[in-house]
Ligand binder design. Structure first.
Ligand code: GLU
Length: 446
């Protein structure tokens, strides 16, 4: 495989799809060496087939806002790869959603899902619908209109969407209601992240953040360090940030920063139950600002226009959006003494940031390993739905623990360099790739 040739070809076919090209390049660069040891992969053109989604659905979503005005948005579902299981991945509602963003997410999802040890293919969907400032009724009407188009292309053994940025339990509820009406079947397994009384799994809301902290614990233990007493800066304040802040606090760390598009909240005293609960209130308000946190809790200070990475911390956890931590941010963190960074958002760090962290020899792990607990618990939700029963929170949490431990072990197996440094990016990419590639090979030219 020649990474440059494949990338040049992709750039020609998909000009300007920067996030997608960035995600593919990162994976190809890290698997190149291993790939070239497998002429059977080369012969079957595994990489050339794997970098393109199996299919993309694009549709118009028209709905009526509270003023009675007709609105039209774009909707997408990208079914990326089904080599190891039905398509699986979240739905993102954000004004910047476009095919490039969803292709990068679907591509990443394929490897992430492979890492979970569960049989799930990769997919992603979404819309450029902007939930900020929308009423509950508007969100319901939009979700219904979105599902009206999508329902026929999904199913418990076909493609199983879930939440992502802008899509949480409320949105999944509205989409499921419409799906059920159209399909005339109570197919609980068609969506994950459902409510607890109608097929949702306990621990699913917490799973991405909890899983991330379980992964970080393993990473630190391997390096002979502990999270107890460490200071943690988190970007974002949504569901993922909330789960990460909750578990970090429970493990004895001090979460000293959370952030939003409006700025960062410096929280030197750390979190407590009241503050963590308030994060959920902030997210549900649909205003997308973090400043009210500092108004409610006077021990915290709001710094407008600044990122979480401007706060001195031991551990940095990007929990918001892709490319939210760049090379300059990484340099600032390192200068301030940060010794660990783990992406909880998908592709939260730019390639320059990753190179800066790795170059400085600090602990760094990529999103597809760190945040895989979310989709893994979705996989556990699918299993419970297929069996028509529900497990206790302790049982799900224990399985989540085991999965995160396995993912960490796979990263160590494939990512340990000769000098002893563990390249978690390489480890995660190779481990995920090998599983998908082997399945594609065995299933022939399809
Ligand atoms: N959107 C989440 C992710 O990026 C969860 C996907 C799922 O549960 O299917 O992995």
């Amino acid at each position: 495989m020649k990474v440059q040739t494949i990338m040049a070809d992709l750039e020609r076919k998909h000009p300007g799809e920067n996030e997608y090209l960035q995600a593919v390049q990162e994976v190809l660069e890290s698997i190149e060496e291993v790939y070239n040891l497998h002429p059977e992969f080369e012969k079957a053109k595994i990489v050339e087939r794997m970098v393109e989604p199996d299919r993309i659905f694009t549709f118009r979503v028209t709905w009526v806002d509270d003023r009675g005005e007709i609105q039209t948005n774009l909707g997408y579902r990208i079914q990326f790869n089904s080599a190891i299981g039905p398509y699986k991945g979240g739905i993102r509602f954000h004004k910047a959603v476009n095919p490039s963003m969803l292709k990068f997410l679907g591509f990443e999802q394929t490897f992430k899902n492979a890492l979970t040890t569960l049989p799930m293919g990769g997919a992603k969907g979404g819309s450029d619908f902007d939930p900020v400032g929308k009423s509950d009724a508007e969100i319901m009407r939009f979700c219904q209109a979105f599902m009206w188009e999508l329902w026929n292309n999904i199913g418990p053994d076909t493609d199983v969407p879930a939440g992502d940025v802008g899509v949480g339990g409320r949105e999944i509820g509205y989409m499921y209601g419409m799906y059920k009406k159209l399909a005339r079947e109570y197919n609980t397994g068609v969506l994950t992240g459902k409510g607890m009384t109608w097929g949702g799994s306990l621990i699913r809301p917490e799973a991405t953040g909890f899983g991330a902290l379980y992964f970080v614990e393993h990473m630190l233990a391997k390096a002979g360090k502990s999270i107890k007493g460490a200071t943690v800066a988190i970007s974002g304040f949504g569901n993922v940030a909330w789960g990460a802040a909750t578990k970090a606090t429970e493990l004895g760390a001090k979460v000293i920063a959370i952030s939003g598009p409006d700025g960062v909240v410096y929280n030197p005293e750390g979190m407590n139950k009241e503050k963590l609960d308030y994060m959920l209130v902030l997210r549900a308000s649909n205003r997308n600002i973090v400043a009210p946190f500092a108004e409610k809790f006077p021990d915290a200070t709001f710094i407008p226009g600044k990122k979480a990475w401007s706060i001195k911390c031991d551990i940095a956890l990007p929990c918001a959006f892709q490319n939210e931590l760049n090379g300059d941010d990484a340099a600032e963190l390192i200068a301030n003494g940060t010794w660990c960074a783990a992406e909880v958002s998908n592709m939260g760090c730019t390639p320059e940031a990753i190179a800066t962290f790795q170059g400085a020899g600090i602990l760094f792990a990529p999103g597809k390993a760190v945040n895989a607990g979310g989709v893994a618990t979705s996989g556990l939700e699918m299993t419970q739905n297929a069996m028509h029963l529900s497990w206790s929170a302790a049982e799900v949490d224990q399985k989540l623990h085991y999965i995160m431990e396995s993912i960490h072990a796979a990263c160590v197996k494939y990512g340990t360099q000769e000098d002893g440094y563990i390249n978690y990016v390489k480890g995660a990419n190779i481990a995920g790739f090998m599983k998908v590639a082997q399945a594609m090979l065995e299933q022939g030219i399809v």
